[in-house]
Design a protein around this ligand. Structure first.
Ligand code: FES
Ligand code: FES
Length: 154
């Protein structure tokens, strides 16, 4: 079985697996990081978003071979010990979650947005988060949370 090596949340990980296996399955099953969610499995809902070399990617349609040598961040890697990342804190403060299923993907997408555009307008947040679906329709609080997190940026 081929071997793939990459960094997940700052730790080097090595997995023996089929090259076309979805990165999502490797993250959830082999690495036991179940914060990354399986929604549609077809690249349509973005519940499975992770950050790979600074970009938000949908891990359900990303083969593990594409992750070789890359740096991946999952929702488990965002907080610094007991201190939440400011986007996580803003989601908590705004109550921007109901069932929470879309939340890891939303937060990771928002992190990449704020890295690229530290002070997005409401329209820019809506546009950037457009592909991340929330079946609980919590979009108003989600957009508020992202803008709140942005205000904390110097
Ligand atoms: S589970 Fe990956 S996009 Fe829906
Ligand atoms: S909070 Fe339930 S899917 Fe978004």
């Amino acid at each position: 079985m081929p071997q793939f090596r990459f960094t997940v949340n700052g730790k080097e990980r090595v997995v023996d697996t089929q090259p076309d296996r979805p990165l999502l399955d490797v993250i959830r099953e082999d690495l036991e990081l179940t914060g990354t969610k399986y929604g549609c499995g077809e690249g349509q809902c973005r519940a499975c978003t992770v950050i790979m070399d600074g970009r938000a990617v949908v891990s359900c349609v990303t083969p593990v071979r594409a992750a070789a040598g890359k740096k991946i961040v999952t929702i488990e890697g965002l907080a610094n010990g007991a201190t939440l990342h400011r986007v996580q804190q803003a989601f908590l403060d705004e109550g921007a979650m109901q069932c929470g299923y879309c939340t890891p993907g939303m937060i990771l997408r928002a992190v990449t947005l704020l890295e690229a555009n530290p002070k997005p307008t409401e329209a820019q947040v809506v546009e950037a988060m457009d592909g991340n679906l929330c079946r609980c329709c919590g979009y108003v609080s989600i957009v508020k949370a992202v803008r709140k997190a942005a205000e904390g940026v110097a």
